[in-house]
Design a protein around this ligand. Sequence first.
Ligand code: PLP
Length: 378
Amino acid sequence: MKLFDVYPLFPIEPVKAEGSWLWDKAGKKYLDLYGGHAVISIGHNHPHFVERLKDQLDKISFYSNSVKNSLQEQLAEKLGELSGYPDYELFLCNSGAEANENALKLASFVTGRKKVIAFTKAFHGRTSGAVAATDNPKIVAPFNANHEIEFLPFNDLKNAEEKITKEVSAVIIEGIQGVGGIHIPSNSFLELLSKKCQEAGALLILDEIQSGYGRTGKFFAHQYSLVKPDLITVAKGMGNGFPVGGVLINPNIKPWSGMLGTTFGGNYLACAAALSVLEVIESEKLMDNALLIGNHWMEQLKNHQSIKEVRGLGLMIGFDLPESLASLRKDLLFKHNIFTGEAKPNTVRLLPSLALSKPEADILLEALSVELKEVAHS
Ligand SMILES: Cc1ncc(COP(=O)(O)O)c(C=O)c1O
């Protein structure tokens, strides 16, 4: 059997990883400033992550959600404490799309309504409702297109003021738009969305799947504003590579038996991985590090005249390049052995481990000086 060919691949096969580094079969070393799409939060193969998972494997790795699992309770407790949402409740699932799908479903159960407001350039995943709320018609199949979704212009207060009405079930927005190219919602925009949702009886869903888990220097990106969303979705950095996702749910929303469910969500291994991530974020003060290293990068990147714009917070950074520098990301990878991410049409995205050190961050700055100087002189 062949693989279903949906991913454009780099001709590189990592076989070993540690911290912010990857090694291929030939032993060539790469600096990972992409974290496998913002997934590696505490660093590849962090010893505490490895130890917790190995230890758990020796005990029990799976049973269904029909029995008590104290690890789930420990995870909810720790996540509540670190995120500043101790009174919220946690539903555990397996991926970002599944978290958003469940959040959209919960909002619809609570309000009895169908309509969802999302925003231009949004990405929320590939399951039915999540992909319908994603602003990319190329990945929305006719089957997914029957949801009632209205896209409003991002950061446009006037439209939000008018369109969040009593027909709306949920407003869904990313803490910082990732796939769309690192766009930050203004505090006044988030605060207006929250106010309008309260007035209309709609629920506000903050998709923190890419921007959460300490990446911006706060646990959630929206915590730079005064907003307290009804639902917050998490995944990616939550498991440092182990598939796990979740929905943080305002305690005003009351569950009933069977309302949501999943076979694998909250399994022992996922909980062990997720607990190890929170323990390391706390003990190694990774949120402070994300802010420190992110600010250093932002300051230095802004000095390059050929970079058109730099956006971001902490270690979630995007910078726009002119057309003449369209090959920069490939040059960084193949000439300097540095993985970065992209957003269309010409944005480089930096989403490294939150434990990235300053000397590691400076390797990118040195490579950029070489590449951007070459362009300036050509
Ligand atoms: C903001 C955001 N939401 C949702 C998703 C979907 O997550 P997953 O791929 O785990 O389903 C992503 C993935 O890139 C994302 O960036």
